[in-house]
Structures are given as C-alpha cells and as structure tokens.
Design a protein around this ligand. Sequence first.
Ligand code: CTP
Length: 243
Amino acid sequence: INNHFSLQSDCPSSEPVSLKLPFIIGVAGGTASGKTTVCNMIISQLHDQRVVLVNQDSFYNSLSDEQLENVQDYNFDHPDAFNTELMLSCLETLKLGKAVSTPNYNFISHKSIEPARMVNPSDVIILEGILLFHDPRVRVLMNMKIFVDTDSDVRLARRIQRDTVERGRNIQNVLDQYSKFVKPSFEEFILPTMKYADVIIPRGADNEVAIDLIVQHIRTKLGQHDLCKIYANVFVIYSTFQI
Ligand code: CTP
C-alpha cells in the first residue's frame, strides 16, 4: 500500500491533500484483439471514478517525407516505431497528478496532427497498446497488467474491416502489411510480452466474466488507496496539532 502514496513536506497542513498516486492499468495484446473495447468496458463499470485512457498509438513517430514515399516498407509493429521516451515522460507527469499534453496521431497521414490532446490527472489511468509491455521502464509504472488474447483469424478479419473502413486502406495493402510486418512482429515482440501480464483475457471483450473480476479487483485496490488517504490525512492533522 505504501508504494502508492507519499507525503509532500511542503503541502499546507490545514487543507486535506490528495496523497494517493493514480492506479495505472496496462492493456496490451495483438492488433484488433479488442483492447479498446476492453478498456471502454472497464471505464464504463468504473463510472463513479475519475478514469482516463492513454493510447500508445498516440506516441507513434511521425513519418518523414522519405518514409512516406515507401510506407509499404515501414514496420509499424516494431518497438522503434514508437517514441517511448515521450510516452514515459507524459506518464511520469500524470503520475505526479499534473495534466499533460499528448500527441494526436493520425493513421491516414501517418503523422501527429494538431491539436494535441490534453489529458487530465485521474484516479485511474488506463494505458492501451500493442507493445505496452515491451519496455521495462513502462512496465514498472503499472499496478496491473492485462493481456487481451484473441484468436489471430478473428484479429485479421477485424483488422481488414477496420483498416478499410476507418484507416483509408485497401484490402490488398492490409493483407500485404499483415504478412510482411504485423504477424512476424506479433510473434517476435508482442506475444513474448504476454508473460508479464497479471491477467490474460481469452476472447477479449466477449469475456464479461473476466472483465467483471478485473473491475472488482480495481475497486478493492482503489479502496485501499482511499484508506491510505484517510490515514495520511489523519497523520497531517495530528502533526499540525503537535506543532
Ligand atoms: N498501424 C498502421 N498504420 C500506422 C500506424 C499503425 O497500420 N500509421 C497499425 C500497426 O500495424 C499496428 C496497429 O496499427 O498493428 C496498432 O493499432 P491496433 O492495436 O490494431 O489498434 P486498436 O484499435 O488499439 O486495437 P484493438 O482492436 O485491440 O482495440
């Protein structure tokens, strides 16, 4: 419990202060596995809490003009495709309870576009992305790690549907990219990170039982956070009285 909060020596002791750090949940899994739907289900069940969603996709590096000319040769499923340093610094800021501006990535232009997205500090931060468990510095920030494990045929079918409808691609592009980069990178970089998960959800968002259990666990943990806050505030009041 003590890992999750710290007393600030310079805080005014007459006011109750929020001493809890946010509860950070990571949701990883292959492309089109249903990560976003799982996150939205968790968020809707935690309607009485302040929850914010941060997507690893926001931290894709923008492509240069040269890379754009040969976009079919670019591997978006490799860890180097992301600006992990920037994601880490945004997460550190959020963890300290401060708002942060995150890039707004566009899947059609393959670049970050204006306006940037402002993310407010929250009690629960949900991170979502294919390679979220790849970097140990990101993993260590998370209080709970979930891997969404969905059958690869189901994922490919969803990906074709999504990329042609929402991301301006044609079926041939999607299939070429899938066999050249998406599938090999899933096997090399994403699947091996499943071992870091605390919970693996088979069938993704169809698995309501798993999602209910996860939400129950988060509520228990948030209750422990609140208990810490009460103890800490009692400590501050007691210290003030002593002075
Ligand atoms: N990608 C792409 N073009 C870009 C950037 C990323 O095609 N300019 C693809 C990558 O190939 C990667 C995928 O986007 O496989 C990552 O997004 P994905 O996890 O599929 O999106 P979500 O909507 O978060 O997936 P889910 O259905 O699991 O919610």
